[in-house]
Design a protein around this ligand. Structure first.
Ligand SMILES: *[C@@H]1O[C@H](CO)[C@@H](O)[C@H](O)[C@H]1NC(C)=O
Ligand SMILES: *[C@@H]1O[C@H](CO)[C@@H](O)[C@H](O)[C@H]1NC(C)=O
Ligand SMILES: *[C@@H]1O[C@H](CO)[C@@H](O)[C@H](O)[C@H]1NC(C)=O
Ligand SMILES: *[C@@H]1O[C@H](CO)[C@@H](O)[C@H](O)[C@H]1NC(C)=O
Ligand SMILES: *[C@@H]1O[C@H](CO)[C@@H](O)[C@H](O)[C@H]1NC(C)=O
Ligand SMILES: *[C@@H]1O[C@H](CO)[C@@H](O)[C@H](O)[C@H]1NC(C)=O
Length: 270
C-alpha cells in the first residue's frame, strides 16, 4: 500500500505477547486470537463476518474514518471496529478497510477474534463488545533499521513533538482523535509524526493509550529514524525527512457535536 522500496527493505518487526506474523506487505501486521474461539467454514459466524467485510469497499457513509459495525445475533454476532488514518478521504479509507479486512480473514481463517493494522487503517473483529474499551493486546512495534545520527537530540525533539500531538489527539472529540505534525530534530533533519486513537475512547483512555504507546516507542524505537507502534485502540508513527501523511484532513463539523458516530450496518440478522 504505497510503500517505498527503501521502507520495504529496512523495516523490522518486534513480536510482543500475541503471535504476530509479517505478511508480504510490510505494512500489514495481524494477530489471530487463538483463545476466544474458532468458527467453521459456512457457519453463521462466517456469514455475519463476511456480510460486514463485503461492504467495506462500498461504504457510503464516511464517519470521519471510524466504524463500529455489527451483524448477526448471539451467539454468532460479529462486532467490527475499523479506523482509517485521520488524513484519509472516503475512497482511500474504503480501499484500505476492504484490503485489510479481506487479508485479515485470509490470515486468520477460523478465529472469531482477530486484529490487523496496515499502513492506513486498523480493523478488529470479535464475538464480544469492544466499543470504548482500552485494551493492551495485541500490540507490536515496527521500526526502520537505520539510526539517527544523534539519537539523544533526535529523541528529545521527537518526545516533545509526540507529547504535543498526544494532547491534541486526545482532545479531538467523539468523531476523530488524530494529530499530525513535524519538528526539527538536529542535523537538518525533520521528523514527521502522526498519533491517533479510535474515537470511541474517551479523552482519558486515549491519553493513557498514547502514553503506553510512547513508552513502548522509547524502548523499541529509540534512536531509529522511523517507527510505528500499533495497539488495539491507538497507533503512532514517525518518519525522518518524509512527510507520509496528507497535510489537509477532511474537516470536522464546525461546532462541537454531541452526536456519536452512527453504527451503520448494525444489527443485521442472518
Ligand atoms: C482454534 O484453532 C486453533 C488452530 O487453528 C487452535 O490452536 C486453538 O486452540 C483453537 N481455539 C479454541 C478456543 O478452540
Ligand atoms: C478487496 O480487497 C481484496 C484483497 O486485497 C481484493 O482482492 C478485492 O479486489 C477488493 N475488492 C474491491 C471491491 O476492491
Ligand atoms: C476506559 O477503559 C476502561 C478499560 O477498558 C473501561 O472500563 C472504561 O469504561 C473506559 N472509560 C470510559 C470513560 O469509557
Ligand atoms: C542501530 O543501533 C542499534 C542499537 O544501538 C544497533 O544494534 C544497530 O546495529 C544499528 N543499526 C544500524 C543500521 O547501524
Ligand atoms: C511543519 O509543521 C508546521 C506547523 O507546526 C507547518 O506549518 C509546516 O507546514 C510543516 N512543514 C511540513 C514540511 O510539513
Ligand atoms: C457499537 O457496537 C456495539 C456492538 O454492536 C453496540 O452495542 C453499541 O451500541 C455500538 N455503539 C455505538 C455508539 O454505535
Amino acid at each position: 500500500m504505497g510503500s517505498s522500496t527503501f521502507l520495504l527493505f529496512s523495516y523490522s518487526v518486534v513480536l510482543s505477547l500475541a503471535t504476530l506474523t509479517l505478511s508480504d506487505d510490510v505494512y500489514f501486521e495481524h494477530s489471530c486470537n487463538e483463545i476466544r474461539g474458532n468458527y467453521t467454514a459456512n457457519s453463521n459466524y462466517q456469514g455475519n463476518l463476511n456480510s460486514i467485510v463485503s461492504h467495506f469497499s462500498s461504504l457510503t457513509e464516511f464517519n470521519y474514518g471510524f466504524f463500529n459495525l455489527s451483524a448477526g445475533v448471539s451467539p454468532d454476532n460479529v462486532n467490527v471496529i475499523a479506523l482509517c488514518r485521520g488524513d484519509l478521504d472516503q475512497h482511500q479509507c474504503n480501499t484500505c478497510l476492504n484490503y485489510t479486512a479481506t487479508e485479515l480473514e485470509r490470515f486468520c481463517p477460523s478465529n472469531k477474534e482477530a486484529t490487523a493494522w496496515s499502513e492506513l487503517c486498523l480493523v478488529r473483529y470479535a464475538n464480544r463488545d469492544m466499543y470504548g474499551m482500552l485494551e493492551n493486546d495485541p500490540r507490536t512495534c515496527v521500526y526502520n533499521l537505520a539510526n539517527a545520527s544523534n539519537p539523544r537530540k533526535f529523541n528529545q525533539a521527537l518526545s516533545r513533538l509526540l507529547n504535543d500531538l498526544k494532547s491534541k489527539a486526545a482532545a479531538g472529540g467523539p468523531l476523530r482523535k488524530y494529530a499530525a505534525g513535524n519538528a526539527t530534530a538536529g542535523n537538518l533533519q525533520t521528523v514527521y509524526a502522526t498519533v491517533q486513537c479510535t474515537p470511541d475512547l474517551d479523552k482519558r483512555n486515549c491519553t493513557t493509550c498514547l502514553t503506553y504507546a510512547m513508552s513502548e516507542l522509547q524502548k523499541c524505537c529509540y534512536g531509529r529514524i522511523g517507527c510505528r507502534v500499533l495497539r488495539p485502540n491507538c497507533v503512532c508513527r514517525f518518519e525522518t525527512n518524509y512527510r507520509f501523511y496528507n497535510q489537509i484532513a477532511v474537516p470536522l463539523p464546525p461546532s462541537p457535536t454531541t452526536s456519536s458516530p452512527t453504527s451503520i450496518g448494525g444489527n443485521r440478522n442472518n
